[in-house]
Design a protein. Structure first.
Length: 364
């Protein structure tokens, strides 16, 4: 059954809901693994969610495994291409990302991503430096996807307080201006008092009064730019996984998908990228990055790309051509996702009818 240009579309809100449900699924899966004393690996979570997405969001996704365990070569677990615009007179536009996944080690006092600061025994490079090198070579935005479950409610509160505006939960008003009447020596005087509210206390009052209805399970799947790790203090390696300050910029993945923050994200990454280049050229000795031809005064910017600008193996996936995976060492999983409502796969396979998630959503 051919569906190209047939008017067959899926509401983006349904994909948004699915991504949120996946975050809840990850949160619950890690919680259950801790309950039974079985340590779950990020590879297991990654493969599980990719399989689920390929099945449940078909034909709006396409996933192909080229080689497994390529992390040691390029620092990445998968490549992710999101189509955000179906062009009529122009080519489609894609956000291309290269992704490394980490699972949270939820110790009581300081939850952390244990292998985040891992140094390769052979290359003596940080893993995120390999990811940045690959991202620069392939012109893909480098991101970390984090799989989380937190038991410590105080840490969760601290994270929420530090990210009220980013989470779209609350925005504090400007300093409050109040006027009071005072009687001094039998005379009435007006006194104007300008008070700056205590941000943390106001935030805690908001939480305690139930004004914030935040689903913690939406933190099951979060992300950050790999450039953020480069800017953190790598010597101390004490950046908190969740917090209000001095922490990794952990953002719920659904913000990127649901809130249409892709252009904003690209802009932020390019700003961080410029700073990384400046730092790299100042401190080339002992630096694990391989960006010697990169000009900090005129940096190559990350941007949305046309289909014709994507790697050949991605174009072949889109056009449903046979791919010789032996030609592409260093590529692990490739994940395509459509956010423009139109399918990526032109011909619906027989199993499409069994896609319960889409069937259930379309029936609502």
């Amino acid at each position: 059954m051919s569906i190209k240009n047939s008017g067959f579309k899926m509401d983006r809100k349904k994909i948004c809901k699915y991504i949120k449900d996946t975050s809840r699924y990850i949160w619950s899966k890690i919680e259950n693994s801790k309950a039974v004393g079985v340590k779950i690996q990020e590879e297991t979570v990654t493969e599980t969610i990719l399989i689920n997405i390929a099945k449940d969001l078909y034909p709006y996704t396409k996933i192909k495994t080229f080689h497994k365990n390529e992390e040691g070569i390029n620092g990445a677990d998968w490549e992710w291409y999101i189509r955000i615009k179906e062009g009529e007179d122009t080519e489609d536009l894609w956000l291309g990302m290269i992704v490394q996944a980490k699972i949270l080690n939820d110790n009581a006092k300081n939850p952390s991503y244990d292998s985040l600061w891992k140094i390769d025994d052979k290359t003596k490079k940080y893993q995120f430096e390999k990811l940045l090198n690959t991202a620069y070579e392939k012109e893909l935005l480098p991101i970390y996807c984090f799989y989380n479950h937190l038991d410590n409610s105080e840490i969760l509160d601290e994270y929420i307080l530090g990210n009220l505006e980013k989470l779209k939960l609350h925005k504090l008003k400007s300093p409050k201006k109040e006027e009071f009447d005072f009687h001094v020596g039998g005379e009435e005087k007006k006194v104007i008092v300008i008070s700056n509210p205590d941000y943390e206390q106001v935030g805690r009052d908001i939480i305690e009064n139930g004004a914030i209805d935040f689903d913690n399970e939406l933190l099951g799947w979060t992300y950050t730019s790999a450039f953020n790790l480069y800017k953190l203090d790598r010597e101390s390696q004490k950046a908190k996984a969740f917090g209000a300050s001095g922490a990794i910029k952990n953002i719920p993945i659904h913000n990127l998908i649901c809130k249409n923050e892709i252009n904003q994200f690209i802009k932020a990454v390019n700003e961080d990228w410029k700073q990384v280049l400046i730092d790299f050229h100042r401190n080339m000795s002992g630096n694990g990055l391989e960006l010697k031809d990169a000009d900090p005064k005129n940096p190559r910017e990350f941007k949305l790309r046309k289909t014709s600008e994507l790697p050949q193996y991605v174009q072949d996936m889109i056009n449903e051509k046979d791919i010789d995976v032996t030609k592409y060492n260093g590529v692990s999983h490739v994940f395509l996702l459509s956010l423009d409502g139109l399918p990526i796969i032109n011909n619906i396979a027989p199993h499409y009818a069994s896609s319960q998630y889409i069937s259930n959503q379309e029936g609502q």
